[in-house]
Design a protein around this ligand. Structure first.
Ligand code: GLN
Length: 491
């Protein structure tokens, strides 16, 4: 059998379905790969060897019993450590949750299990999903398989690095401002942020509840679509879940793979065209635009004048929501408790726990958010940011009257060296310049590899109207059919 770790999820599922490989063999091959390379990548915070092999044995038993298996049965998946997993450590990249084993599975993880996928373990991330490089993880950064001295993006850098290092064919991320798409772009993999409410937040440790969106990561567009279909759809346990089925993203990916985009109108966001992006990124993007034209797409320029205010608005809204959401981590109910020597007051213990348990970026966000929400500043900061959010939504709505989808580079720059942006938060925040507008609006976005700049991957982002996730898969799959997938250097 050729090396299964080099295969797509679709290929692996085919092997398992026909019996050419057992789920246990497939799982063991990935566990072996993790053992061989993760010392250099640090994609995983926890590898659930026993749980994975048990899940694989279950798939093999069901197949032997003649049960009908789903399209991803037996396929290994890596899960960002922001999602609760019953009995399996869930840290959110933070010391404050070290040692916590949740008593329940998040909806996404339940659906992964129901689909017969095999969870390999939990992936590294910036603490509480705040960051763009995984350097804010309390457990050390993940590294980019393209160049292990560079960042794999963030906050879901562990999931993206696991894919690029062939440790897993599928992974789950969460995207609040770009944390699925940006790591996808800088690792040469595919990452999709579904429509807000299209994937359940039940059991997703909350950062910014009006923005947080779990979603699929993979090495191909079709694999991402299959994963999206498996995890998406209405969940009565999430009050903002959309009571509608997932658009047929798998059919859309297959349609796109035919390489025909005739009749599709794509808008290039004027405000993102070149300005703000590195020359190599702009060059790769422009080449991809030519390719999309050759595939039959009609390209127009569209101005979205308020997109330039997206970053500042996001850095008021997201910290405001986080300052409220993170109040629950106080040493009483979960994880770490510091200074509880029997003599200190409850407040002192809470304060010492939060001081010891949270890293500097999380503290910065809590302080920013508390300030923006304080009476006297509320209207000037939080209220103003909400107005900007409305204007950005109007820009999208107007744009989608003229085009089917918008395109841009996913990120302004390729993977940067570890340490290059940690001393200046603003430089780190810029990584999400092009991805944040979709979060504020709620519509879906996908990053698909579109070429290289100085030997490092560049991603193209497709943004679609809310509930039209299928459209972005069609465009992304068409581009992939022309550009091909990117293969990192052997490690
Ligand atoms: N990098 C952005 C931030 O730090 C986005 C993070 C995310 O999408 N979780 O907030």
């Amino acid at each position: 059998m050729t090396d299964v770790t080099a295969m797509t999820a679709t290929q692996i599922a085919g092997l398992v379905a026909t019996g050419a490989a057992s789920a246990v063999e497939v799982t063991q091959a990935h566990l072996d790969r993790i053992a061989a390379v993760d010392g250099r990548v640090n994609a995983f915070l926890h590898v659930d060897t026993e749980g994975a092999l048990a899940a694989a044995r279950d798939v093999d038993a069901r197949r032997a019993a003649g049960e009908e298996l789903g399209p991803l049965a037996g396929v290994p998946v890596a899960v960002k450590d922001v999602l609760t997993t019953k009995g399996v450590p869930t840290t959110v990249g933070s010391k404050i949750l070290e040692g916590w084993r949740p008593p329940y599975d998040s909806t996404i993880v339940q659906r992964l299990r129901a689909a017969g996928t095999v969870m390999l373990g939990k992936t590294n991330m910036d603490e509480f999903a705040m960051g763009s490089s995984t350097e804010y993880s309390a457990y050390g950064p993940s590294r980019n398989p393209w160049d292990t001295d560079r960042i794999p993006g963030g906050s879901g850098g562990g999931s993206a690095a696991a894919l690029a290092a062939y440790e897993a064919p599928l992974a789950i991320g969460s995207d609040t401002g770009g944390s699925i798409r940006q790591p996808g772009a800088v690792t040469g993999t595919v990452g999709a942020k579904p429509t807000y409410g299209g994937t359940s937040r039940y059991g997703l440790v909350a950062f910014s509840s009006s923005l947080d969106t779990p979603g699929p990561c993979a090495r191909t567009v079709l694999d991402a679509a299959l994963l999206h279909a498996a995890i998406g759809g209405h969940d009565p346990r999430d009050s903002t879940s959309i009571p509608a089925p997932v658009p047929d993203v798998v059919a859309a990916a297959k349609l796109g793979a035919t390489g025909d985009l005739s009749g599709v109108r794509l808008g290039i966001v004027t405000e993102f065209g070149g300005e703000g992006a590195e020359p190599g990124v702009t060059a790769a993007f422009n080449e991809a635009v030519d390719t999309l034209t050759k595939l039959g797409a009609e390209i127009v320029e569209i101005s979205c004048p308020h997109f330039r205010y997206a970053l500042p608005a996001y850095y008021l809204i997201a910290p405001s929501e986080c300052s409220s959401n993170l109040a629950r981590f106080d040493g009483v109910r979960f994880g770490l408790r510091t200074g509880d020597d029997g003599n200190r007051s409850l407040e002192e213990v809470m304060s010492l726990t939060r001081e010891a348990g949270f890293g500097p970026e999380v503290k910065r966000r809590i302080m920013l958010g508390t300030y923006a929400l304080s009476s006297g500043y509320y209207d000037a900061y939080y209220g103003q940011a909400q107005k900007v959010r409305t204007l950005i939504t109007r820009d999208f709505t107007a744009a989608f009257e003229r085009v089917d989808a918008l395109i841009s580079p996913t990120t302004p720059f390729v993977a940067f060296p570890l340490g290059a942006r940690t001393s200046d938060p603003y430089q780190m925040y810029l990584a999400d310049l092009f991805t944040i507008p979709s979060n504020l609006y709620g519509g879906p976005g996908i990053s698909v590899p579109c070429g290289l700049s100085e030997g490092l991957p560049v991603g193209l982002q497709v943004m679609a109207p809310t509930l039209a996730d299928d459209r972005m898969y069609r465009v992304a799959a068409a581009l992939e059919s022309a550009v091909g997938t990117l293969t990192p250097p052997t490690m």
